[in-house]
Ligand binder design. Structure first.
Ligand code: SF4
Length: 252
């Protein structure tokens, strides 16, 4: 018997929750049709975060390069987990990407969403996008098909003690469901990633590097160099298809 009436905090898009049907734009499942569900709240506050509406609320001390504060009620949508599951099921799609913000802050609620959907569609696939600072509970880890782990680098502006949690990275490094995604802007980023891999035993065949940029032109400046680095170092390269197709527009 599944619990009912549990509230999940999602980002708001227009006059509803940020749940939308699109394609996965990056990482190992790039190109796959997927329903995205975006959780509100994050335990980090990266100064270039492109989903700052999930956490940079009025009255908080966090700094962001946009210098914009959001009224919490204007960017948050609360709904019951069963209703969120129904919304996802309304799309003809067999893959859901649970993203944020940091979805693991609400893992119990997301586990319920997964359970409700799997009752109706047992083969439905779930990916979770996480910053890799929290170890999921065993039930959540078992229910999820793929973890897309994006540890944050020094360029996030976050203190290392907050963004790098060795116990969590060890968990993901040993978990066959985990892939590690990094956005790379420079050779310094690459060095930092290699050092993280060395310190936390991240398997290089599970590391995916993507060019930094918010437009196709910006991606193009870095992509050829980064692709060659991936070839030479044995990493996987991923483009960022959603930026090429839609720029930084939300909900597509
Ligand atoms: S961890 Fe991700 S969602 Fe959280 S602030 Fe950083 S970039 Fe944004």
């Amino acid at each position: 018997m599944l619990p009912v009436g549990v509230i999940i905090k999602l980002a708001k898009l227009g006059d509803g929750p940020e749940i939308f049907h699109t394609i996965q734009g990056e990482g190992v499942s790039v190109g796959a049709p997927a329903v995205f569900i975006r959780s509100s709240r994050c335990n980090l506050h990266c100064h270039w975060c492109d989903t700052d509406h999930t956490w940079n609320f009025e009255g908080t001390p966090w700094k962001h390069e946009k210098n914009t504060k959001y009224q919490k009620s204007a960017v948050t949508w609360e709904m019951e987990t069963a209703a969120a599951a129904e919304r996802i099921l309304s799309f003809d799609c067999s893959r859901t990407i649970i993203t944020g913000g940091e979805p693991l802050l609400q893992e119990s609620a997301f586990l319920e969403v997964i359970q409700v959907i799997r009752q109706k569609k047992p083969a439905h696939q779930f990916e979770v996008e996480t910053n890799g600072t929290r170890i999921p509970c065993p039930e959540f880890a078992a229910a999820v098909d793929q973890f897309n782990v994006s540890p944050k680098l020094a360029n996030s502006g976050m203190e290392e003690i907050l963004r790098i949690r060795p116990d969590a990275l060890r968990f993901y490094a040993a978990n066959p469901k985990a892939w590690f995604k990094f956005v790379v802007a420079s050779a310094d980023d690459l060095q930092e990633i290699k050092e993280l891999m060395r310190l936390h035993d991240l398997p290089r065949e599970k590391v995916i590097l993507m060019p930094e940029g918010r437009t196709s032109a910006e991606l193009d400046r870095i992509a050829p160099w980064l692709a060659e680095c991936c070839r030479d170092c044995g990493f996987r390269f991923s483009d960022r298809l959603h930026i090429r197709l839609w720029g930084d527009k939300r909900g597509v």
